[in-house]
Each structure stands twice: as C-alpha cells, then as structure tokens.
Design a protein around this ligand. Structure first.
Ligand code: XLS
Ligand code: CA
Ligand code: CA
Length: 438
C-alpha cells in the first residue's frame, strides 16, 4: 500500500532544476574523489523522527498528519514499515536506523515486547530482501520508559540494570537478524543530576560492565556490527557520561574497550557540548575513532537539541572534509539524518523536501571538501604554519631528541623570537570561494 502517493521518485535534475521533487546536487552515481557520492555518503533515514514524531513540543500537541494515525498500535507499526521502505525507495536512500521502541509497541512484559518486535523484525527482513535497503544501525531505547528514571546501566537500582541488559540482549539479536552494519549506544539517561546522592565511581564502573557484556554477547552470537558510542553532554540528563568525543574516548580507554568501539558523532550534540561539529569529528578522527555521523544541526539562538535538517554548507563542507581525511572514509558508518521536520512543516511532502535539502547540502559539502583537499587549500596553509617543526630545533622536539637542557642551550644562543600572522580572515574568505564555486 502506498502512503505517499503524491510523491514521485526523486531524481537528480541538476542545479538549475525548478522541480521541488528533484535533487539539485545529489547525483548518487557521480564520482567525486575516487568514489560515487552514494559510496561516500551512505545516507540513512532515522525512523523515530520520520515515522514516529508528531511535532508535539512542551507547549503543544502534535501537528503532523499521517495516514497511520488512527490505526491500532501493531497495525500502526506495520504501516510505518511500509512507509519506511516507500520513502527510502523514492528518495534513493540506501539505509535506515531505529530504536526498538520506534518499530514495535512496548508490551506489558519483556516477553510481550519481544513478541511484538519479532513480528515487525520479520516484516522488516522481508522488505530489506525485496528492496535491497539495509539497516545502518539499531539501538534500544533505554530512556523513555519511567523505569529509567535513575538511568539504565547507571541506575541506582540493580533491577533496572537487569531490565536494561535484557533489552540490550534482544537489541543485539535484532541487529544480527537484520544484518545491521553498526549498533549504537546513546546514553540518554546515563548521567546524573546531583553528586549529593550519586556514587559516581559505581555508575561509571557499571556502564563499563554493561558495555563489556554487550561485546561478549555480540561475539557469542556472531553479531559483527561496529559498536558506536554517541556522545551528548546533556538532555535529558543534566550531566551525561558520554559528554563529548574526548570524554567518551577516555572512558573507553580506561575500561579496556577502545578497540571494540568507534564514535557516532551528532552535529547538534557537538554544539550542545560547546564545540563545533568539526571539532568533534577531528577529535574522533585523530584517535582512529570516527565511525558514523548523525547529520543534523541546532539553532544557534536556542540552547537545546532541535535536530533540524542540515542546511548549513560551511558545516557540511567541514564535516565532509573530516570524513574524506578519515582512513577509509565513513567506513561501515553513514550519514544518518537524525533530524525532524519543524512543527510547522506538518505535511507528508515535508518529509521528502527535508531529506532532499539535507542530501543536497551534504552532496555540496562533499564536492567542496574534495576540492579543498585536491587543491590543498587548507593542507598547504597548515603545513606552512607548522613548518618550524620540520627542521632544526622543531625537528628535534618532534623526534624526541630535544630535552629541557638542550632547549635551554638553544634559547640562550638563539635570535629573538619572530611569530607570524595566522591569516584567519583571509582563509575564511578562501573557504567561501571554494564552497560557492561547486
Ligand atoms: C538523542 C539521540 C538519539 C540517538 C539514538 O538526542 O540523538 O536519537 O541518536 O538513541
Ligand atoms: Ca543522534
Ligand atoms: Ca539529537
């Protein structure tokens, strides 16, 4: 059954097209920097925002009008499966991503929940087979149900830890059944509100235990997805343990998990942490931990996680720069649109216009990033800026030959220090020229 009969298959028509149902920049088979756009970008649709979100906010009810609204819970889940594959097909998006709670209704018991999941997972599997679409990642929702009031693996209640672990077990089985490329851990309630009543050490140790259990069980059942931690500093918790890339990497290292995980970096979470998206990506990349991205953007005037579709060309260019510089590019990861249409964009067509906008913005970012690298626009600036470390005293520092004594002796006989301008305004203008030339 068609859920979006008004929407045609979206094709690439080029930058001069006036057709709103067309890509102006995303041309899946076009070769950029040695690979097709499709291979570089590995786009995914986020189930929760696209098929479950209603547009409700803390001050008002949902506005979205969807064909499945009036159905019973299980039928609604089935209709969303059909809608998912129709949308993926029409948008030419190869992947999707979900939480367990997005795809099937939660039952009164774990057994009932798992039974509902089995029905929908079987349906998803059939659709994957007939359409060739794939699961970029799945995860389990350990934050919506009131049982997670004190956290999931970092709760003060061992019964809740057990429930979360049982839910995770099923999530890994579902991921295996559907051939997920990755499995995501986002710790929405893994954090604390006040240290006055918190055993910080026990909570962090338990988080480590939980992740080790996941690694062990995945190995046991032969689920070979890449495991990803998704950092976020706050919201819903006041302080979340996977605060940002650097914090998550240090945690994984301390708990002996670094070689089992990579990071899923979300743009809006980076800004909530007081960083740019490219800062988070660069930190992950230079540590060999860049796994996948959640492509969205926040609103600079609002301090919360608005999950807007990405339309900022500077950000997508710098994000794609990091991905192109990453060994193996995005690898098994992808560009997942963890983004929701605005409350005022409540019609079905908006789901398509929003994804077209995001895909075109990433396609342009990819082209601009490739040009930045091919023309060594930033690389030459950076290597010139740090050239003092390639010769003389700088080379001695980098090679480890220099000591405090040798550096003191050098300074005592050296000429006065001469610094150079960083030329940032000029560089930003060059960046604009590259972005607007593609
Ligand atoms: C919420 C997160 C969440 C994760 C998956 O802010 O972005 O949706 O991506 O649990
Ligand atoms: Ca996310
Ligand atoms: Ca978010």
């Amino acid at each position: 059954m068609s859920h979006f009969s008004n929407v045609p298959k979206i094709q690439y028509e080029g930058r001069d097209s006036k057709n709103p149902f067309a890509f102006k920049h995303y041309n899946s088979q076009e070769i950029v920097f040695g690979k097709t756009m499709e291979e570089h970008l590995r786009f995914a649709v986020a189930y929760w925002h696209t098929f479950n979100a209603s547009g409700a906010d803390p001050f008002g009810a949902g506005t979205a009008v969807r064909a499945w609204d009036s159905l019973s819970p299980l039928d609604r889940s089935k209709a969303r499966v059909e809608a998912n594959f129709e949308l993926l097909e029409k948008l030419n998006v190869p992947f999707y991503a979900f939480h367990d709670a997005d795809i099937a209704p939660e039952g009164a018991t774990l057994a009932e929940t798992n039974k509902n999941l089995d029905v929908i997972v079987a349906m998803l599997k059939d659709y994957q087979k007939s359409t060739g679409k794939k699961l970029l990642w799945n995860t389990v929702n350990l934050f919506t149900n009131p049982r997670y009031v004190h956290g999931a693996s970092t709760t003060s209640n061992a019964e809740v830890f057990a429930y979360a672990a049982a839910t995770l077990k099923k999530g890994l089985e579902v991921g295996k059944e559907l051939g997920a490329e990755n499995y995501v851990f986002w710790g929405g309630r893994e954090g604390y509100e006040s240290l006055l009543n918190t055993d910080l050490k026990l909570e962090l140790d338990n988080l480590g235990r939980f992740l080790h259990m996941a690694v062990d069980y995945a190995k046991e059942i032969g689920f070979d997805a890449q495991f990803l931690i998704e950092p976020k500093p706050m919201e819903p918790s006041k302080h979340q343990y996977d605060f940002d890339s650097a914090t998550a990497i240090a945690f994984l290292q301390s708990y002996g998990l670094k070689d089992k995980f990579k990071l899923n970096i979300e743009a809006n979470h980076a800004t909530l942490a007081g960083h740019t998206f490219e800062h988070e990506l660069r930190t992950a990349r230079i540590n060999g931990m860049l796994g996948s991205i959640d492509a969205n953007q926040g609103d600079p005037l609002l301090g919360w996680d608005t999950d807007e579709f990405p339309t900022d060309l500077v950000t997508t260019t710098l994000a794609m720069f990091e991905i192109l510089k990453n060994e193996g590019g995005i690898g098994r990861g992808g560009v997942n649109f963890d983004a929701k249409v605005r409350r005022s964009s409540f019609e079905d067509e908006d789901l398509f216009f929003a994804h077209i906008a995001g895909m075109d913005t990433y396609a342009r970012g990819l082209k601009a990033a490739a040009k930045l690298i091919e023309n060594r626009v930033l690389d030459d600036i950076v290597s010139h800026r740090y050239r003092s470390f390639s010769e003389g005293i700088g080379a001695d520092i980098v090679s480890g030959k220099a000591t405090l004594q040798s550096l003191e002796a050098y300074v005592l006989q050296a000429k006065p220090i001469r610094n150079e301008s960083a030329r940032l305004e000029q560089i930003k203008a060059n960046l604009n020229d590259v972005i607007f030339s593609v």
